[in-house]
Ligand binder design. Structure first.
Ligand code: CMP
Length: 140
């Protein structure tokens, strides 16, 4: 069953560069409601668990090291067709290939430092949301 929620993380490079406010503004201006929000830092083990689906890929080790290298901002976003619409707003994995106006085009640097994560399916949105937030931290 499709849900109306997705999980995003603003990645360490974008937090470090001070893009959090601008990115959240763009996200809400695009029709997404923030129903959960936190700044946190993943341990290496956390990142390995979050990205376990990519284990064994050539970029996995760097991805996990990078994602645990500094604070991130995690949020659950609500909107009709949230997963698909947010992936459109995020843009292609490689910022160089991302469409104009997308978050990765505006704030991404490289395919690894691409500024933002968005869930790729409703099932993963649920799993990733539970990874970051307890029930008490999620609002209507
Ligand atoms: P994200 O949406 O967080 O999901 C997995 C991440 O792996 C992805 O964003 C990229 O940052 C990274 N990634 C995916 N493909 C590659 C690749 N070919 N080379 C390096 N990093 C990649």
């Amino acid at each position: 069953m499709a849900t109306n929620r997705t999980l995003t993380m603003i990645k360490p490079n974008a937090v470090e560069k001070g893009y959090v406010g601008a990115m959240l503004e763009k996200i809400t201006a695009s029709g997404f409601k923030i129903v959960a929000l936190k700044m946190t830092q993943l341990t290496l083990t956390d990142a390995q668990e979050f990205y376990a689906v990519h284990e064994g890929k050539p970029f996995y080790e760097f991805l996990c090291e990078f994602m645990s290298s500094g604070p991130i901002v995690a949020a659950i976003l609500e909107k009709e067709n949230a997963v698909e619409d947010f992936r459109t707003l995020v843009g292609a994995t490689n910022p160089e290939e991302a469409a104009e106006g997308t978050l990765r085009k505006l704030y991404g640097e490289t395919v690894s430092l691409n500024s933002v994560h968005g869930s790729d399916s409703d099932d993963n949105a649920r799993i990733e949301s539970s990874f970051h937030f307890s029930r008490r931290e999620v609002f209507k």
